[in-house]
Design a protein around this ligand. Structure first.
Ligand code: GCU
Length: 334
C-alpha cells in the first residue's frame, strides 16, 4: 500500500510538472510581440526612452507583451510609419506631431509657431486632458496617441548665414517637415520652404539642395547636421512634440490589464524622457561646438510678429479653435 501511494504520488508529481511545462509553453506561445518604429538613431534620447517604454511594458504585463524596436527609419519615412500603423502592419510608431498634421488637422496646432510661451506652458498643456482628447481625434482613421515625448525647441540653422531677423531668411531654401503649417511659417517669415522627410536632410544640406533647416540641437550631433550647418540661431519658434501612436485594432485585442500596463508605461517613459532629454540637449550643444557650430540668440519679436496671421487663423479655424484657445488660456490663467 505504502509503495502504491508513493508510486501514485510520483505519477501525480510528474503529471503536475508536465502540465506546468505545457501551460508555460502555451503562455509563451500567446505572448504578443509588437513592432514599434521611429526615425532616429540608437544614440538619440528618444530611442532610449522607447527602450524604457518597451522594458516597462514587458515588466508590467509579466512578459505577455514584448516590443521590438525598428529605429533609423527602417520602415520608411514618418509618413510611411503612420500609414503602416494605420493598417496594422506595425503596431506602434513614434512620429513628430508635424507629420500627423497630414492625417488630422488638429495636429497642425503643435506646429503653430510660438503656441507655447515656455517649457512649463508646454508641459502643462501636454500633460493635460487637452492633449489626451487630441490623441483620440484619429481613432476613426485607425490609430490613437498614447503619449508625447519632448522634442525641445526648434531653431533655424544654415550652412553659414546667421539668422538674426526674419529678413535673413530671404532667398534661403529652408527645409521644413512635411507640414502645411511649417511651410506657411517659413513663407510668412520670408524664406523659401522646402518640405522633405528627415532622412533626406543631411544629404540635402551637404549637396546645397537646401541652405538650412530648423530643428532641435540633437539633430546637429545625432544626425550629424552640425558637420555641414555651422550657424544655429535660437529663434525658438516651435516646440513640436513627438507622439507615440498605436493601431486601434491591436489595442482592442488587449486585456484590461495589458491596456493599463501600456498606458502606465507610456506615461512613465515620458517622465523618463524629460530627464534624458535635458542632458542630451546639453551634450548636443557641447558636441556641436566641437564641430565648429556657432550658437546665437536673435530677438524673437520680429519672428513672432511675422507669424501673427497664423495665430489669427488658428483661433478661427474649426479644427483648431477650441484647443488653441484652451492652450493659450493656460498662460493667461497664470
Ligand atoms: C524631430 C522629431 C522627428 C522629426 C524631425 C524632423 O527630430 O523628433 O520625429 O522627424 O524632427 O524634423 O523631421
Amino acid at each position: 500500500m505504502k509503495k502504491f501511494i508513493t508510486f501514485s504520488m510520483i505519477l501525480l508529481l510528474l503529471a503536475g510538472v508536465i502540465s506546468g511545462c505545457v501551460a508555460q509553453a502555451a503562455e509563451e506561445e500567446s505572448a504578443i510581440t509588437m513592432r514599434l518604429a521611429h526615425n532616429q538613431g540608437e544614440t538619440h534620447p528618444v530611442h532610449k526612452s522607447l527602450v524604457e517604454f518597451a522594458r516597462l511594458v514587458e515588466e508590467k504585463t509579466d512578459g505577455s507583451i514584448k516590443i521590438k524596436l525598428y529605429p533609423n527609419g527602417q520602415v520608411g519615412s514618418e509618413r510611411e510609419a503612420i500609414e503602416l500603423t494605420q493598417t496594422g502592419a506595425i503596431d506602434i510608431a513614434k512620429v513628430s506631431s508635424s507629420t500627423l498634421e497630414n492625417f488630422s488637422k488638429v495636429y497642425s496646432l503643435f506646429s503653430l509657431p510660438y503656441l507655447f510661451d515656455s517649457q512649463d506652458h508646454y508641459y502643462q498643456a501636454m500633460n493635460s486632458d487637452i492633449a489626451k482628447e487630441i490623441y483620440q481625434m484619429t481613432s476613426d482613421i485607425g490609430f490613437s496617441g498614447l503619449t508625447f515625448y519632448d522634442s525641445g525647441t526648434r531653431n533655424f540653422y544654415t550652412d553659414n548665414v546667421e539668422i538674426t531677423h526674419p529678413d535673413d531668411l530671404r532667398g534661403l531654401k529652408i527645409r521644413v517637415q512635411p507640414s502645411p503649417t511649417s511651410i506657411k511659417m517659413v513663407e510668412l517669415m520670408g524664406g523659401s520652404p522646402t518640405p522633405m522627410p528627415y532622412g533626406e536632410v543631411y544629404t540635402s544640406l551637404q549637396q546645397g539642395v537646401i541652405d538650412g533647416t530648423e530643428n532641435n540641437e540633437t539633430a546637429l550631433t545625432d544626425s550629424n547636421h552640425g558637420e555641414v550647418a555651422k550657424e544655429y540661431s535660437y529663434s525658438e519658434h516651435a516646440m513640436v512634440p513627438d507622439i507615440l501612436i498605436m493601431n486601434n485594432s491591436k489595442w482592442d485585442q488587449l486585456s484590461t490589464k495589458q491596456k493599463n500596463a501600456i498606458t502606465e508605461a507610456a506615461e512613465e517613459s515620458t517622465a523618463f524622457h524629460k530627464v534624458v532629454w535635458e542632458q542630451a540637449v546639453e551634450d548636443a550643444i557641447e558636441g556641436a561646438k566641437e564641430k565648429g557650430v556657432n550658437f546665437s540668440t536673435p530677438d524673437k519679436q520680429p519672428f513672432m510678429d511675422a507669424v501673427q496671421p497664423l495665430h489669427d487663423e488658428f483661433a478661427e479655424k474649426k479644427e483648431t479653435a477650441k484647443y488653441y484657445k484652451e492652450i493659450r488660456k493656460l498662460v493667461e490663467e497664470e
